[in-house]
Structures are given as C-alpha cells and as structure tokens.
Design a protein around this ligand. Structure first.
Ligand SMILES: C[S@@+](CC[C@H](N)C(=O)[O-])C[C@H]1O[C@@H](n2cnc3c(N)ncnc32)[C@H](O)[C@@H]1O
Length: 279
C-alpha cells in the first residue's frame, strides 16, 4: 500500500509539503538498490539499461547502439550530462527513465535534466532536475551556471524545430571543448505541425536544414572564396554523425587549415589519389 494512502487511512492530516516528501520517499525506496544491481549486471549495456528503466531510446527508437558507439570512451569519466526532456509530461511522478539510465551507464557522471514540468521527485544522488523551457535562454543560462562544465547535451525535449535550434544556439557554445551535442527525433524537421517541411528540405529553420549547413562549415578551410570569415560553428565542430532520426555533433577546434594541394597553388591539374594497391 502506498505510504500516502496508509497515512491517509490512519487519519493523519498531511500538509502539501509532507505529502510531497512522503511520495518522494516512496518513489525512491528501491532506486538505490536497483541502480547498484543494474550496474553490476549490465552497466555498460545501454540497450539492457533502457529496457530496465523503461526508456524508449532502446526498443522504440533504436538509438542505444549509436549512443554506445559515441559514449563508450567517456563511460568511466567524470562527465556532466544535460538532457532536455525528462518524460512523463505533467505527471510529476512519471518520467526520469533516461536520467536513471545515464546515471547507471556513467558510474562517475553527474546527470542533469530539464523539463517544462516540475520533476523534482526524480532528484537523487547524481541526478538533478530543473524546471523551465528549452526555448528560454535566461533559464538555460541559469542551468548552465549551476552545472558548470557541460560535456554532453542530449535534446529529447519538445522536438519543435524552433526550440531545438534555440537550445543549440545557446548551449553549443557552452559545451566543454571536446563535448558532444545530440539531437534526437530529427524527423520533426519534415513535419509542418512542428515547424518543419517535407517540401523544402534545405530550409535553415528546420533542424535537418540547419544541420546540413553545419556539415559544410566543417570544410570551410577549402572554400575558394576571398576573405571568408569562419563563424563559431565552422571553427568548433570537428565531426558530425547523422543516423536515422538522430544526430551527434562533436565539438573541438577545427583549425587544422586546408589539407589539399591546390591546383592553382601548384599550377598542375588536380589528380584523384590512387587507391591502395594500384600503380
Ligand atoms: C520524449 S519526453 C522525454 C523522455 C526522456 N528523455 C526519456 O528518454 O525517458 C519529452 C519531454 O520533454 C518535455 N518538454 C516539452 N516541451 C519542452 C520544453 N519546451 N522545454 C523542456 N522540456 C519540454 C515534456 O514535458 C516531456 O516530458
């Protein structure tokens, strides 16, 4: 029987704050134990963790394989991970599945979540939640200050194109030097109801239209344009991995310059490189 119901039955008059604390105690009862068991049994298997904690990043979306590929080298590091979107919508007790999944996967990591709804019931050791909108830069600024260095951002929030781009514009520059920014559910780029378009696939105000432009920026050193001034993204994105409905953007210093022997510099026609084993 739920502790709150039990207390009600014995006629205790609980104030709002007391009820909240009791609910939290009830929700947290077995979480510490669960976390330890999962960590021991399948701590590095994200798919198993997603199923265990009830996140749709595994069976539903099939994102866990991609996450493992990119996150495995960071697994034992002291990273700070911020996820936009905690889940469970307006029910304060629901959600938090992926926050718990990340906490177990990164045994030394700190996990932060933001949501437009109050999700404080999910706060526990190495998990902190904040309430506010991903489209509100003053809120994001307060969150970034509270966290300090942010090594990974995962956008699994509203998936409204405008919100995704606003969050990226604010959070990407605040990501640590070799951080990773992940945007989930990029299919909304094609959905007019979410501010996307299936007609004009290059519209810069959709997530995928914007992302496609960033891919060119990685090669800015090769532009044959006089006096091109590289922007922040040109200079700070070193790799991008695009999968079905999810994008990983790797931050780093993109300052190696051109690695091409240019036709006009060497006054000779450009020759394609020969493949291995050919004369
Ligand atoms: C798909 S769920 C997140 C699921 C969770 N990341 C998981 O994998 O278990 C999306 C969440 O985003 C939240 N959300 C919607 N609009 C938002 C906004 N503008 N800012 C922040 N969170 C938002 C919703 O309340 C919902 O809880």
């Amino acid at each position: 029987m739920a502790l709150v119901e039990l207390a009600d039955r014995v006629g205790m008059l609980l104030g709002h704050e007391q009820r909240r604390r009791l609910r939290k105690a009830q929700t947290l009862r077995f979480r510490g134990l669960q976390h330890l068991l999962c960590r021991l049994c399948f701590g590095s298997n994200l798919n198993a963790l997603a199923i265990w904690y009830g996140s749709d990043k595994g069976r539903g979306h099939r994102y866990t394989g991609h996450y493992e590929r990119h996150f495995a080298p960071l697994r034992r590091k002291r990273i700070n991970l911020l996820e936009i979107g905690i889940g469970g919508r307006d029910d304060p007790q629901l959600g938090g599945a992926s926050l718990r999944m990340w906490r177990t996967y990164f045994p030394r990591g700190r996990v932060y979540g933001i949501d437009i709804y109050d999700k404080r019931l999910h706060d526990e050791r190495r998990i902190t939640t904040f309430q506010g909108s991903q489209a509100d830069q003053a809120f994001l600024s307060a969150v970034a200050t509270a966290i300090g260095d942010i090594d990974i951002v995962i956008d699994d929030g509203s998936h409204v194109n405008e919100h995704v781009l606003r969050s990226f514009a604010f959070l990407f520059p605040r990501l640590s030097e070799n951080g990773i920014y992940v945007i989930e559910d990029t299919q909304t780029s094609y959905w007019p109801s979410m501010g996307g378009s299936s007609e004009d696939l290059d519209r810069p105000d959709t997530t995928m239209g914007f992302v496609k432009r960033l891919t060119d920026g990685m090669n800015y050193a090769e532009y044959e344009k006089n006096a091109y001034e590289p922007g922040y993204y040109d200079k700070h994105i070193v790799a991008m991995h695009l999968y079905h409905n999810i994008v990983f953007i790797q931050k780093g210093l993109n300052n190696e310059g051109s690695n091409v022997l240019r036709r006009n510099r060497w006054n000779m026609p450009w020759q394609p490189a020969q493949g291995p084993g050919k004369e």
